[in-house]
Design a protein around this ligand. Structure first.
Ligand SMILES: Cc1ncc(C[n+]2csc(CCOP(=O)(O)OP(=O)(O)O)c2C)c(N)n1
Length: 278
């Protein structure tokens, strides 16, 4: 390497804990794209990393809390929203971001998700939806499409999948968006919006898992999975989230909800202040 090359720094180097590299993610995995878009959003908003907390649960994407150069919690499986709620209520000045998997957030952690959204806790939730439990070997989960082959559905999945944007909207989230890992610019813009908004914000990222999901479902490589995203995606901003079910031929993406509602923390602080003056 030349001296110049050695001195060259990646523009997002400051967002990474380099001592934690190499990462565990497989070649072609969408998680790196999500991390990149998150770093880009922080960079473009010029957010001080000292004011950011990243919380994740267990899973491949869960490792992100160890890779981001911000204060972070790698919590127990399914519980990042509970930890994030505590962090936000204790330190309202911080931006608290949960980045976790579809299994973590919607199987074991499903109850935390719907109630934090209902309460409008001011946290941002980014879900890497790869349709399976990646880390533990590709078991089916609550977002696995009908008929998909997974290690625990060897004859094809017979369960209906959650439509996450519908679930988030119905639970009360003030901001809801879905993009795929192919939509890097729009995903970054949605993460920026979520970071700036008060209240429970949800960004779903359909993310390729070529090794554990794609390979078994006629998409052998990351490129073939992303080709599927490209061909099946239809941008329909502010369309009915109830009609945004994912099928092999159609992935509705876009922003679905963007409304204002006082957050749980704000109402709590207002109530406290009122009680103190009485
Ligand atoms: C209490 C508990 N139950 C089960 C597990 C096993 N486990 C680890 S990761 C995981 C699923 C992760 O799937 P997902 O959240 O979709 O993330 P991915 O690995 O696909 O990124 C499971 C079931 C665990 N660690 N703890």
């Amino acid at each position: 390497m030349t001296k110049k090359q050695l001195e060259m720094k990646h523009p997002y180097e400051r967002f990474l804990r380099k001592e934690r590299m190499p990462h565990i993610w497989c070649e072609g995995c969408g998680n790196g794209i999500i991390l990149n878009c998150f770093a880009r959003a922080l960079d473009e908003l010029d957010i001080d990393l000292n004011n950011v907390v990243v919380v994740s649960g267990i899973g491949c994407i869960g490792r992100i809390s160890g890779y981001v150069n911000a204060d972070s919690f790698h919590t127990t499986h399914g519980r990042p929203i509970a930890f994030a709620t505590g962090a936000k209520l204790a330190k309202p000045e911080l931006k608290v971001v949960v980045i976790s998997g579809d299994g973590d957030l919607f199987a074991i952690g499903g109850n935390h998700f719907i109630h934090a959204a209902r309460r409008n806790v001011d946290i941002k939730v980014i879900c890497a939806n790869n349709f399976v439990y990646g880390m533990t070997g590709g078991q089916y989960g609550p977002t696995t499409p009908l008929e998909a082959w997974t290690t625990t559905t060897p004859y094809g999945n017979i369960e209906q999948a959650f439509n996450l944007v519908h679930l988030a909207a119905a639970s009360g989230a003030v901001y809801v968006a879905r993009w795929t890992a192919l939509h890097v610019r729009r995903l970054t813009e949605s993460i920026k919006k979520a970071l700036q908004k008060e209240g429970f914000s949800f960004v779903e990222v359909i993310s390729q898992c070529p090794e554990i999901y794609g390979r078994h479902n006629k998409m052998k490589t990351a490129i073939s999975m992303m080709k599927w995203f490209k061909e099946a995606s239809e941008v329909r901003n502010f369309s009915d989230p109830a009609k945004a079910d994912i099928s092999p031929s159609r992935i509705i993406v876009g922003e679905f909800v963007d409304v204002e509602k006082p957050s749980y923390g704000r109402l709590l602080r207002e109530m406290k202040a009122k009680l103190q003056t009485e």
